[in-house]
Design a binder for this molecule. Structure first.
Ligand code: ADP
Ligand code: PMV
Length: 563
């Protein structure tokens, strides 16, 4: 995965517009659409069409099938706050994702519609009334391969009236959320598409809690960027056997435009959220000098791990928490610097370990090492004053079960806690009735406690351990819910952006013709489980570590690199 300022930048820029022809993707999912339709797809390099006289009009073409894209949220695993002061941090993708469904309307419709039910937003614009002229003026026009690092005030001013017409009567706080999403959409749409774009509906649903520091905004920006780049045929793949450099190039292209979407929502984002959401897995991220681009190193060795994520549901402000640390630094410079340095060392230790030959993603000892760093990192964040009683309560409840290593993630002061789960519950690894933990599963233990003592049944121990782990997790879930917290069982360091083209699932049977995911079915799916079931993601904790996503395709540079 590459960051917006990495050397791959040069490789993305054709020298002249005419070199576009040589860059036309060979394996885009859109290549599978009928040639006539493909020819009608707008491209930023396609000259504006001449008006066809009514008598010479072509026959109507069949409508393009709907397609879907999906992008993950992220967590900071090590190094938040210290990263603001020049140290490195490690962020990783999670399996909570946003899903964007794109469907097409008949040509006569001339509208583009957003359906974003998570934020109760719906809006339709007339395509012909959008400010295409401003976006295509010379000096303003951007191409899919361009690097855009700031928003153009003239373009922002041109879309403002279109944003203002969204949810005009909603309360101010809701309007702000709607306008941020609309701005992200419109800026990308007007930059990448053209007046000739087929009328379409963008329906978005996410399993990522909004505003909890899990990168929900970046994941929607990545979905929008990917969908539009696919629509203008500026991406190739994803497909199996795609060379790693080509995967990187596509991810980079998506990431650049996702960053533009993020700027619309956040003003001045660091870029780490969209980078992780585009490319998946994990990255080491460091910004020593704010005038220079950040250092972003993909960590392809980061293991896919089951992760427990608990949302305090306590709203927090990143700016306030960052300011708390700045104040502490002012009042206690030497001490605070030492804490920040220690956090920097935590990240450095994790990074060195992950890239060392000693690291074995399947070994409990390796996991233990990474887990201990999680615990240390949390302690240091507490001493910076950025925890919250609710985060401490969650940590206390989880520590009592002994099932893993817990820390706050992101800004703190609320938001979420993460727990890297131990491979086996502590009573199996440390012997029975481990005095340091109160498992609170007394009724559950009776039916499992005899099995681990049997030296001849390793498989049975594993299944007993797994059963016990789930019992502990179930009992924990009840406690967390009773106290108003929200628990997610997710996976750390999975895939980045994915494509389901067309939006059809075959459920293993190609002959059946498959089940089309249409807009209404997508809107009706209930909750995370309903959405994941509909889009073909194996849901629930009993899934394998790598989720099965039938029909979905991902750019996975690490996998190709491993071959
Ligand atoms: N599911 C969603 N549907 C529509 N817009 C969303 C969704 N999730 C996030 N957003 C947009 O992203 C913004 C949230 O950004 P932010 O508060 O930084 O949260 P996060 O830390 O999760 O990225 C929202 O105001 C909204 O504009
Ligand atoms: C506290 C900080 O290090 C991370 C904030 O993360 P989030 O806003 O909770 O995703 C701030 C930053 O890196 O900009």
């Amino acid at each position: 995965m590459a960051n917006r300022d990495t050397p791959t930048a040069a490789s993305l820029q054709p020298r002249t517009t005419s070199s576009h022809a040589t860059q036309t993707p060979q394996h885009s999912p859109i290549d599978s659409m009928p040639a006539q339709l493909a020819a009608e797809m707008p491209s930023p390099t396609t000259p504006a069409p001449r008006r066809t006289p009514a008598l010479l009009r072509k026959q109507s073409s069949p409508m393009m099938p709907p397609f879907m894209v999906s992008a993950p949220g992220k967590v900071i695993v090590y190094g938040e706050h210290a990263v603001v002061h020049g140290k490195a941090a490690i962020a990783a993708a999670i399996s909570l994702r946003s899903y964007l469904h794109v469907s097409f309307l008949s040509k006569s419709n001339r509208t583009v519609k957003l359906r974003f039910p998570d934020i109760q937003m719906e809006h339709t614009w007339n395509i012909d009334e959008l400010p295409w002229d401003t976006f295509s003026q010379s000096g303003k026009k951007k191409y899919y391969y361009d690097l855009v690092t700031s928003l153009d005030p003239d373009l922002m001013a041109a879309i403002q009236p279109c944003i203002d017409e969204v949810s005009p009567t909603a309360p101010e706080a809701i309007r702000k959320i709607h306008h941020a999403s609309a701005c992200s959409f419109l800026y990308l749409f007007l930059s990448l598409a053209s007046r000739k774009v087929p009328p379409c509906v963008y329906t978005l649903r996410s399993t990522i809690p909004i505003g909890a520091g899990l990168g929900s905004s970046a994941s929607i920006s990545v979905c929008l960027s990917t969908a539009m780049l696919l629509q203008i045929r500026a991406l190739s793949g994803p497909h199996q056997d795609q060379p790693p450099q080509e995967c990187e190039l596509n991810i980079e292209r998506i990431n650049r435009w996702a960053f533009v979407g993020e700027m619309c929502i956040h003003g001045n984002p660091s870029g780490v959220d969209n980078t992780v959401s585009s490319g998946g897995k994990a990255v080491l991220f460091q910004r020593r000098d704010y005038d220079k681009p950040p250092l972003v190193i993909p960590l392809h060795s980061f293991p896919e791990l089951p992760l427990l994520l608990v949302n305090t549901r306590q709203s927090r402000s990143t700016a306030t928490e960052v300011a708390k640390v700045a104040n502490l630094l002012n009042g206690h410079p030497a001490l605070t610097e030492n804490i920040l340095n220690a956090i920097g060392l935590v990240t450095e230790s994790a990074h060195n370990f992950l890239i060392s030959p000693d690291f074995d993603p399947t070994s409990p000892d390796s996991l233990q090492y990474l887990g201990e760093l999680v615990t240390i990192n949390h302690g240091l964040l507490v001493s910076l004053g950025v925890s919250h009683p609710k985060l401490e309560r969650i940590r206390e409840l989880i520590d009592h079960t002994g099932i893993g290593w817990t820390k706050l993630t992101g800004a703190g002061g609320g938001g979420c806690a993460i727990t890297i789960l131990k491979p086996q519950p502590p009573m199996l690894t440390n012997g029975h009735a481990n005095g340091t933990h109160n498992h609170d599963t007394s009724s559950d233990e009776s039916d499992t406690s005899s099995e681990p003592d049997d030296p001849d049944c390793g498989a049975s121990i594993i299944s007993t351990g797994t059963k016990l782990k789930y019992k502990i997790l179930d009992s924990l879930e009840v406690k967390l819910e009773n106290e108003g917290f929200e628990k997610f069982e997710t996976t750390l360091a999975g895939d980045g952006v994915g494509v389901l083209w067309p939006a059809v699932l075959h459920n293993g049977n190609e002959e059946e013709g498959g089940e089309e995911i249409d807009q209404e079915k997508f809107l009706k799916a209930e909750g995370t489980v309903g959405i994941e079931r509909l889009v073909g993601v194996a849901s629930g904790r009993r899934k394998d570590v790598r989720e099965v996503r039938e029909g979905w395709k991902f750019w996975r540079p690490w996998e190709v690199a491993d071959r």
